[in-house]
Structure formats: C-alpha cells, structure tokens
Design a protein around this ligand. Structure first.
Ligand SMILES: NC(=O)c1ccc[n+]([C@@H]2O[C@H](COP(=O)([O-])OP(=O)(O)OC[C@H]3O[C@@H](n4cnc5c(N)ncnc54)[C@H](OP(=O)(O)O)[C@@H]3O)[C@@H](O)[C@H]2O)c1
Length: 331
C-alpha cells in the first residue's frame, strides 16, 4: 500500500548552508519521480555511500537527496505493467543518491527501466549483501572474461581484500574456478580471507611490486580496489594478455605507469563503472550472481546490520580504511 503518512529517510543536503545529513520525515511526493514505488526491505553501505553521506566526495548532483546507492524491497504500486504489487525487486547505482533519491528510506520510487526483478536464487537480503559491491566484483570478472581471462592464465590478485568489493570478488573468483591472491592491509584476517576462497593472502606492507616498467609476471589478472601506486604496481606483474579491472580508489585516484605492460605484454586495463552499466549487461551480471557465481559465503561476508540512525557513525571508519565485509541497512 502506498504510504499515506510521511516516513523516515536519511537525507543529505548540499546547498548554500553547507553539507549536512540527518534522518528526516519525507512524503512520497518528495521523492524523485518514477513508475515503481517499493517498500524498502534493505539497503547497504558502500564506500560511495560513505563519501556521499559525509560530503568527503562530490557524489550528489542535486542540493538534496535521500542517500543509499542500493535498494531492495517489494513493489507497493506501479504505473508500469511489467511490475505488480508484491513483486520483489532491486536497484543498484543508476543515479540513486547521485541524481535521484536513494535507498535509505522506508519507501523508494524507482524508474522502471532500472528496476530489476529479484533473480530466482537470491533473497532480498542476499541481493543487498551483494549490492553495488557484489555487482561491481561480478562486472569486473564479466568484463575480464569477455576479454579472454581464464583460470589457466594464473591466479587473479584482489586488492582491498577485506572490503565489500574485495571479499565478494574473492568468493566469486573462487566459485568461477580461479586461484585468488588477496592483498590486504589487515593481515590478521588472513584466515578469514582463506575461508572465502583466497589461495594466498599477502600483507599489503609486505607486497614488493618493484619499480621497473616490467617485473616478473606473477598474476593472471587483477581486480583492483585501491588505485594509485598499487594499480601502477599491478600493471608490472600481470602475464601476457591478462586483464586488470580498475574498480576503486581506496588508496587514491592517481595512476603513474608506463605503456610497457600494454605494448610488450598485451595487458588490458579495463574500466569498471557499475553505476552506469547498460541494462542488458546489468541483467546478465545479476543472473550470474544468482546462479553460477553466487558467492558461497554471503552470510559470513555480511558482517553487520545497521539502522538509518547508525549510518553517521559507520561512514568515517569506512573512509579511514576500516571496512570489514558488507553492512546491510535494515529499513
Ligand atoms: N567502479 C565502481 O563502479 C565501484 C563500485 C563499488 C566500489 N567502488 C570503489 O571500490 C573501492 C572499494 O569499495 P568498497 O565498497 O568495497 O569499500 P570498502 O568496503 O570500504 O573497502 C575498501 C578496502 O580498501 C582497502 N583500503 C582502504 N584504504 C586503503 C588505502 N589507503 N590503501 C590501500 N587499501 C586501502 C581496505 O582493505 P584492506 O585493509 O583489506 O586492504 C578496505 O577494506 C572504493 O574505492 C569504491 O569507491 C567502485
């Protein structure tokens, strides 16, 4: 049923009075227009949510928006015939918390063209343990395999391994038959990462990536969440015709490297932009996430449940590199 009274939402303002975020009551008509109204079951917390919610990153393109780049719930009303009351659906990225109100509210109004029916094989909760993080990890492997990545090329290295994208990438790669090397700043969690499927865990401060344009080729490919010197270092160590998926910038946005890995070894650097992924690719990736690539350890990867009120205390720790797994937001 469509809500007749205002409901709580975690709203972010970026206007002449400055940056601020708080729980506020909003009405359905306050939300960005869309054909599909859902009662939100869960959202999640991604690095981008922490950037948006604290103002440390320029994520919002509007003066006020409900935060939350992920959302999953049940349809309560739809003017698009493809969706009926009671349908379970999800949406990740697609402008949520950037140009449109997002998932940190009891109700969300979505554009039908970006609303995905919950794939068979996933619950709403599992869909949000995956969320943008899982979609990004799977999109990375999807693009790598489109460019001929395969397990015989050698182990795939995952950086930022204890983060949301990192843990889910490890699990997905292991499911897909890859040996996985996990690079982490939290070496104390090595056993946990092995339990997700990492075949080797490398402490970030023990990682020697060298300085020559080409070093020994030790990895078949890479999923990088860190950027800057880490990403530059990875380019030196990937085997001929291996792929590096550049997903994140937890360590910084720079990239100072040479063309040697590309022109001598044929290494490919693939850009991963989950929020703007085209609908057919989006559908294909979610189908894989619900079936052959469904991570085997989702319950372990979901390390925390949070309420809207807890968001402001969680965001700074995430931006300081303290993440460990995925946080689900329960509405
Ligand atoms: N391209 C896209 O579409 C897309 C989608 C989702 C996320 N992302 C990006 O991917 C990255 C990871 O996102 P997430 O949601 O997984 O974040 P997260 O859960 O906060 O994980 C980030 C991880 O990166 C590592 N890290 C943090 N600070 C670091 C530093 N200064 N140097 C090196 N490593 C550091 C830490 O892992 P360890 O301690 O284990 O090293 C941390 O757990 C972020 O930069 C995010 O913006 C991009």
């Amino acid at each position: 049923m469509i809500p007749s009274a205002p409901f709580p939402a975690f709203r972010i303002h970026d206007d002449a009075q400055g940056y601020r975020a708080a729980i506020e009551d909003v009405a359905l008509d306050d939300l960005s227009p869309g054909e599909v109204v859902i009662r939100v079951a869960h959202s999640s917390i991604n690095y981008k949510d922490a950037l948006a919610g604290t103002g440390q990153g320029k994520i919002l393109r509007k003066p006020v928006l409900v935060g939350g780049i992920d959302v999953a719930g049940h349809v309560v009303a739809s003017t698009d015939a493809k969706f009926r009351e009671g349908d379970a659906v999800l949406c990740t990225g697609c402008g949520l918390s950037e140009t449109r109100d997002g998932g940190y509210a009891q109700y969300a109004r979505l554009e039908a063209k970006w609303t995905i029916p919950l794939p068979a094989g996933l619950t709403l909760r599992e869909a949000m343990i995956l969320g943008t993080a899982g979609f990004t990890a799977a999109l990375a492997l999807h693009r790598m395999e489109q460019n001929d990545q395969h397990p015989d090329l050698g182990p795939v290295v995952v950086t930022g391994a204890t983060g949301g994208v990192g843990m889910l990438a490890i699990d997905i790669l292991a499911r897909a038959g890859y040996a996985v090397h996990a690079v982490t700043g939290k070496a104390a969690h090595a056993d946990f990462l092995r339990g997700l499927g990492a075949t080797e865990v490398i402490a970030r401060d023990a990682l020697a990536l060298g300085t020559r344009p080409l070093e020994n080729a030790r990895w078949g490919g890479a999923i990088d969440n860190v950027g800057d010197p880490m990403l530059a270092g990875l380019t030196r160590h990937v085997v001929p015709y291996g792929n590096i998926a550049s997903c994140g910038l937890a360590g910084g946005p720079g990239l100072a490297t040479t063309v040697m890995p590309f022109i001598i070894r044929g290494v490919s650097l693939l850009g991963i932009a989950s929020a703007g992924t085209a609908r057919p690719v989006r559908d294909a990736v979610w189908q894989k996430l619900a079936a052959q690539w469904k991570p085997a350890h989702l319950d372990r990867i979901c390390t925390r449940h949070a309420t809207l009120a807890q968001l402001p205390e969680i965001f700074p720790g995430m931006l300081a590199g303290g993440s460990f797994g995925r946080t689900i937001v329960d509405l």
